[in-house]
Design a protein around this ligand. Structure first.
Ligand SMILES: [Zn+2]
Length: 315
């Protein structure tokens, strides 16, 4: 199988890359601030896909919930995306597609498929919003409505009385997400602001409460933390809080860092573990090799031996 074009759409960043099916090689990494609306995001995704040579397989990891056609069903953090499509006709026509929740994708890329596939991996992704994912015996936990592990909306004691973007009170996300913290303290470095200390303490306590729930429910072999806020100095605070509160749980930062969802989306598609999207592409589409708009900037396109971690600014 050739390289997979992976997309990670979060509330803050839209990331793209070409990734080998085993998730080990990453090329043509690019990142742009998340566009204001879905039409701009769809155009940006198609431009990056063309720049990467119009790969015949496209894997999307997204914060919002999508339907099988890549239309945004629900995104409390970005309501104006709801009802609009993230995939252009060209991609739907020319590529094989898989769609997966971003935190589930991060759980897939944290799971040890080669060594200990039967184990349980749980991932908590803490960014603008908070998501969760689990891989159990080599399969992602999806749920009846593809909404399993919606950890951001689990009620926790430290969030009692706080209104969440989903409309309910007391969700983890209402106290511990980047969005909740930024609403109170703006975009500067929270960890250098003494005024943010009490909010950070409350967020840390809430995250430890949620992790204790996950520990009790899954007894997992591996719990990893992903997301921009999760991989910030907040990580050490959470680990210390778990220890202080006597929760027998060791957490680890995600091994793929900011690439966690991108890599997991590609692994999900390659292993047939991510739901397929409706597509008009043939089983083995030739992509658009004859299309002059597919700008492969090196003669042979994706090169398996080559690793580039340089983030492009455009795409
Ligand atoms: Zn909620």
């Amino acid at each position: 199988m050739s390289a997979i074009f992976a997309v990670d759409l979060g509330a803050t960043w839209l990331r793209t890359a070409l990734i080998s099916p085993d998730g080990r090689r990453i090329d043509r990494k690019a990142r742009v601030p998340t566009p204001e609306n879905a039409a701009d995001a769809a155009r940006s995704i198609e431009a990056a896909w063309r720049h990467a040579g119009c790969a015949g397989a496209v894997a999307l990891a997204t914060a919002p919930e999508l339907d099988g056609d890549g239309v945004v069903l629900r995104w409390p953090n970005r309501r104006n995306y709801e009802g609009a499509a993230l995939l252009t006709d060209a991609i739907r026509r020319l590529a094989r597609l898989a769609l997966v929740d971003d935190a589930t994708a991060a759980a897939l890329s944290a799971h040890d498929f080669d060594g200990a596939a039967d184990e349980i991996t749980v991932c908590l992704s803490i960014g603008s919003g908070i998501g969760g994912g689990a891989v159990i015996a080599g399969r992602p936990l999806m749920g009846a409505h593809h909404a399993a592990m919606d950890v951001g909306h689990v009620p926790v004691p430290s969030a009692v009385g706080l209104r969440c973007a989903c409309g309910r009170d007391g969700c983890l996300q209402a106290v511990a997400s980047g969005r909740a913290l930024r609403r109170q303290y703006g975009y500067h470095d929270l960890f250098a602001d003494p005024a943010a200390e009490s909010a950070l303490r409350l967020a840390t306590a809430a995250l430890a409460e949620a992790l204790a729930i996950l520990q009790a429910m899954f007894d997992p072999e591996r719990v990893v933390i992903a997301g921009g806020l999760g991989l910030s100095p907040l990580f050490d605070r959470i680990a210390a809080e778990l220890k202080r509160s006597g929760v027998a749980l060791a957490i680890a930062p995600h091994r793929h860092g900011d690439d966690a969802a991108l890599v997991g989306a590609a692994i999900g598609l390659a292993r047939g573990l991510a739901p397929r999207a409706s597509t008009s592409a043939a089983m083995s589409p030739p992509a658009a090799r004859g299309d002059p708009r597919c700008k492969i900037s090196s003669p042979s396109g994706y090169q398996p031996g080559r690793v580039s971690t340089k983030a492009a600014s455009g795409a």
